[in-house]
Design a protein around this ligand. Structure first.
Ligand code: FMN
Length: 431
């Protein structure tokens, strides 16, 4: 019989997920100034734990505080906060679900306010409007080895503090994804050039973590099914990397797509750049990456999760029945309805929140489209801010505020000192 979202699934390491629904990683911006977990995170994750998903994945947790995704990230970097992590893990597993920590290093996508010269595979700056990101510096081999050690340390701390697994962030244009990309990685040493070399960092990180956490601890990786950029990391390459990751000891591969330069993971992105998921028709279609995942899935035996755009019960169960995915990753619906998984598992409603389809930067936003693309970029960050703010409200014990406009969210998000990325873009684009 075909699996449905209600069917449990066993992972190669022996762990069992009680159902096929996962709340995927969403940055929370709720850490304290030392990047330690806070009571707000406990409240947020307790609510999500009681919400029914078999698997919760934390927002990204940098293994180097000089390379965060934003200043409000929880980080594991010799910054203390062990008891806070324990409390966070305990709250996030209240209902007996799995809670995996997503470990990351932002590389050149670290905000300039934190690091004006972040490490990256090569000194290739991001192609973005505004002044949010600094000029990256090519990492030395010693620095690459240090990054592997940092990822491993964070995974060990995750295990020790009660997280029930980890996920390596290898997608969305962060450091590991930069190494995979022939556009961002121009190295000529053992860490660049051929696919084998570009994938070396991902594989070494996974191998090193596996050696330290043991064989019974779930290790996942989030990987782009493609970057959807001309001459970027391709769908074929993702298939090969998935095979290598399986051999390196990964239990579950989450497939997404895109980068900051091409944010198709959120259904946005520039048209015409080898970017099918950015097309309006695809954006409106359920599950942005399912057809790309379907080409990767037969190449591996380990479970695969596809994330991005799932919004109907039928769409989710059909995707499971088709064999293109084993687990359904959902993010934004959890921001406006922490109970969404319980509702889906009970079979009603069939259609869940999809605010991203109607959220637009309105006429209230005094943002010139100069240079062209500025409004689209502000809209992407404004909508992201809208969802982030809902999670912040949930963490404060409040209810979501769906009446907020995108422009209001952009500004309120910018007010939070943790949301520097949005603030920097606003300062360079507002009229
Ligand atoms: C507010 C917000 C924060 C996000 N933060 C992360 C993150 O920290 N790590 C990550 O891998 N993906 C992150 N994502 C992407 C989601 O995990 C997911 O891939 C994306 O939202 C598509 O799924 P959805 O259509 O169900 O929302 C974030 C998305 C949103 C909306």
């Amino acid at each position: 019989m075909s699996p449905t979202i209600n069917t449990a699934i066993d992972l190669p390491c022996g762990a069992r997920l009680s159902n096929r629904l996962c709340k995927t990683a969403m940055t929370e911006g709720l850490a304290d100034p030392m990047n330690r977990a806070t009571p707000e995170l406990e409240t947020l994750y307790r609510r999500w734990s009681l919400g029914g998903a078999g698997l919760l994945i934390t927002g990204n947790v940098p293994c180097d505080r000089l390379h965060p995704e934003r200043p409000g990230n929880v980080a594991i970097d010799g910054n203390g906060g062990i008891e806070e992590l324990r409390a966070y893990a305990k709250a996030g597993t209240t209902a007996g679900n799995h809670l995996w920590m997503q470990i990351t290093h932002a590389g050149r996508q670290a905000p300039k306010s934190v690091n004006p010269h972040p490490l990256a595979p090569s000194a290739v700056p991001l192609d973005m409007i505004g002044d949010g990101f600094g000029a990256p510096r090519e990492a030395t081999e010693a620095e690459i080895l240090d990054i592997i050690r940092r990822f491993t340390h964070a995974a060990v701390v995750a295990r020790e503090t009660g997280f029930t697994g980890i996920q390596v962030h290898g997608a969305h244009g962060y450091l590991i994804s930069q190494f995979l990309s022939p556009l961002a990685n121009r190295r000529t040493d053992a860490w660049g050039g051929s696919l084998e070399n570009r994938a070396r960092l991902a594989l070494e990180v996974v191998r090193s973590i596996r050696a330290q956490v043991g064989s019974d601890f779930p290790i996942s990786i989030k990987l782009n099914s493609a970057d959807f950029q001309k001459n970027g990391f391709s769908n074929d390459e993702a298939g090969q990397v998935a095979r290598w990751l399986e051999a390196a000891g990964v239990d579950l591969i989450e497939l997404s797509g895109g980068t900051y330069e091409q944010p198709v993971m959120l259904g946005a992105g520039k048209e015409g750049e080898a970017a099918q998921p950015a097309r309006e028709s695809t954006r409106r279609r359920e599950a942005y990456f399912l057809e790309y995942a379907a080409l990767i899935k037969p190449l591996v035996k380990i479970p695969v999760m596809v994330t991005g755009g799932f919004r109907t019960l039928a769409g989710m169960n059909n995707a499971l029945a088709s064999g293109a995915t084993d687990v359904i990753g959902l993010a934004r619906p959890f921001c406006t309805d922490p109970e969404v998984a319980n509702k889906l598992l009970a079979g009603s409603p069939d259609r869940i929140d999809a605010y991203e389809l109607s959220l637009k930067l309105g006429a209230d936003a005094p943002v010139e489209d100069s240079p062209p693309g500025t409004r689209a970029q502000v809209e992407t960050f404004g909508v992201l801010g809208w969802f982030c703010l809902q999670n912040i409200f949930l963490g404060r014990g409040l209810e979501p505020d769906t009446s907020m406009s995108v422009w209001e969210a952009f500004n309120r998000y910018g007010e939070n000192e943790a949301q520097t990325v949005a603030r920097l873009i606003r300062s360079t684009t507002a009229a």
